[in-house]
Design a protein around this ligand. Structure first.
Ligand code: 1AE
Length: 404
């Protein structure tokens, strides 16, 4: 049977959750079930939500329950806006309710595209295998011109970074217009490739009104863009899916988590991080999902972070895997912890941790590469720093190795 089963966390009075669950199952499908005449009940039966399970418990703050409700597939069109509106439309406004998960029946799930490239495809594009990719971010570029960007990009690529992304707050502007950034990125990175034989990708920030995005992305692709950065949660997951499904775009898409916390940060309200930055991003087609790591300047609880990463990378018969990108305040001393948590199928991403290096972005990139090499070789960072000047300087600046 086509169905989406939603899992919610509810707060309420002990013993009240069964009735509450039944109320949700009715309220979000056929309306007020008990008041309807018998004939109508029969007609509507197949549209009614079903309560799958109710499990309640007490905590310091009162009674809570985890409730699962199944919504029949014929109630909605199979797209994320229709499904979110069904399972958490008006309910999201109705007190302490958190949407923890959505389970799609296989027939429904099959129509979501998932990442175009996935982890394996991104490894082929970058030529980086069996190790985490290294990514850096343009920083301090607002109010600067293309020459400034050119110098930053070249330094990051020469430092050994595999992917460079725009800052998510760099929008289309007269000093560094979108298409000029694409052209410049191609010129600089082709040049670095000729010099070093190493291919760095540049993810340009796709911004503007929703109606302009498709054309801008298609043109970017024509001009030789490598990848798109996209502020998915400011636009909506369905916009991501549209970009992913367009055969004339066909670029890797990097999902930035800006604005995601507005829906996901509360433990009692909104949507779980694993659903928002994990399952739905992957289904809609993100090749990369950025999220705060448990360790840096903006940190998420480790259990949340690991649940995001699990959703992005667990085996699936139909969907390719999305690269987890633990981010925000990352510096080389954190590399051992990140590899322990995420393994080698992840991206280590740093802005300040690259540009703030005493030797600039080239030194910053090298320090990260040296830290990743050390971890993969089973050498401590302290030991590796004895023979690697850039790593030594990074550890002196940002602190020594964090115990794993
Ligand atoms: C969670 C996203 C992190 C991000 O986009 C960003 O710009 C991080 O910058 P740094 O590494 O904290 O300087």
């Amino acid at each position: 049977m086509s169905e989406v089963i939603a899992t919610y966390q509810l707060k309420g009075k002990s013993g009240s959750f069964g009735k509450k669950a039944e109320g949700i199952a009715l309220g979000l499908t056929v309306g007020s079930w008990t008041d309807l005449p018998l004939l109508e009940q029969e007609q509507l039966r197949k549209y009614k939500g079903r309560v799958v399970s109710v499990e309640d418990w007490e905590d310091d703050d009162g009674s809570r329950a985890e409730v699962k409700i199944g919504y029949p597939g014929h109630n909605y069109s199979n797209d994320i806006p229709a499904i979110l509106t069904t399972v958490f439309g008006k309910l999201s406004l109705d007190g302490e309710v958190k949407l923890l998960d959505l389970d799609f029946s296989e027939d429904l799930k099959k129509s979501y595209p998932g990442p175009r490239y996935g982890i394996e495809g991104i490894r082929e594009l970058t030529g980086v295998y069996e190790r985490p990719l290294l990514m850096s971010i343009f920083k301090g570029v607002i109010g600067r011109d293309l020459t400034f960007l050119e110098n930053q990009l070249r330094a990051q690529a020469l430092g050994g970074v595999n992917v460079v992304k725009d800052d998510e707050i760099l929008f289309d502007n007269s000093l560094t217009p979108f298409y000029e950034r694409v052209r410049l990125g191609k010129k600089v990175l082709d040049g670095v490739f000729e010099e070093t034989g190493k291919r760095t990708l540049y993810a340009v920030n796709l911004t503007g009104k929703t109606s302009q995005l498709r054309d801008k992305a298609r043109k970017a692709s024509e001009f030789g863009a490598d990848a798109l950065l996209f502020n998915v949660f400011s636009y909506g997951l369905d916009v991501l899916q549209e970009l992913r499904e367009d055969p004339e775009i066909s670029l890797p898409i990097m999902a930035h988590p800006a604005f995601a916390g507005a829906a996901a940060a509360s433990p009692q309200y909104g949507v779980s991080y694993s659903l928002w930055l994990g399952k739905l991003l992957r289904m809609a087609g993100a090749d990369f999902s950025l999220f705060p790591s448990p360790y840096g300047s903006v940190a998420l609880e480790k259990s949340n972070v690991l649940s995001i990463s699990r959703e992005l990378t667990k085996d699936d018969a139909h969907l390719k895997k999305t690269l987890p990108v633990p981010s925000a305040g990352i510096h080389p001393a954190l590399v051992p912890l990140l590899v322990k948590d995420f393994g080698t199928d992840c991206v280590i991403n740093a802005g300040g941790g690259i540009h703030g290096h005493p030797d600039g972005a080239i030194g910053g990139g090298r320090a990260f590469v040296q830290a990743i090499d050390a971890v993969l070789n089973g050498t401590s960072l302290r030991e590796a720093a004895k023979t690697h000047e850039e790593l030594e300087k990074a550890l002196s600046l940002w602190g020594g190795e964090v115990k794993v």
